[in-house]
Design a binder for this molecule. Structure first.
Ligand code: HEM
Length: 118
């Protein structure tokens, strides 16, 4: 399994000469790459030690740029730091449960009404 790195650890590497960033829950060490980045050193140092997914996507990086990412990969973001994880119980499940309960209550009501008449 690949190494898990917490966001707090990534934050410790927020200097130009020690520069980690997170993109799509993966951690990259772009210390050396910052000087070769076609988008300039500043765009990388400005997001140093943070999750730069939005910034990276906003630029509309090419497929080549995404391919290049692999060279700087050092580990995965720790599971506990991953946002927008699918909740264990989603809205869909709650909807189904509420629907089933209402249906059950309606059924009991109909049955009771039927027996009361007899
Ligand atoms: C390891 C992460 C990154 C890699 C490997 C990377 C790579 C590249 C490459 C190869 C280009 C040339 C154009 C292209 O092929 O899309 C580029 C351009 C650029 N990048 Fe990045 N980039 C990274 C992260 C970032 C981040 C986090 C930002 C913003 C905060 C950023 C901002 C830009 C900008 C502004 C350009 C110039 C776009 C243009 O002039 O058309 N990059 N990057």
């Amino acid at each position: 399994m690949s190494k898990e790195i917490s966001l707090a650890t990534v934050k410790e590497h927020s200097k130009p000469n020690d520069l980690w960033i997170v993109i799509d829950n993966k951690v990259y060490d772009v210390t050396k790459f910052r000087l070769e980045h076609p988008g300039g050193e500043d765009s990388l140092t400005s997001v140093a030690g943070t999750d730069a997914t939005t910034d990276f996507n906003d630029v509309g990086h090419s497929a080549e740029a995404r391919e290049l990412l692999k060279k700087f990969y050092i580990g995965d973001l720790a599971a506990s730091d991953i946002k927008n994880k699918k909740p264990p119980v989603g809205c869909r499940e709650i909807g189904i449960a509420v629907g089933a309960i209402l249906l059950g209550m309606a059924l009991v009501y109909v049955i009771k009404r039927g027996t009361a008449k007899n």
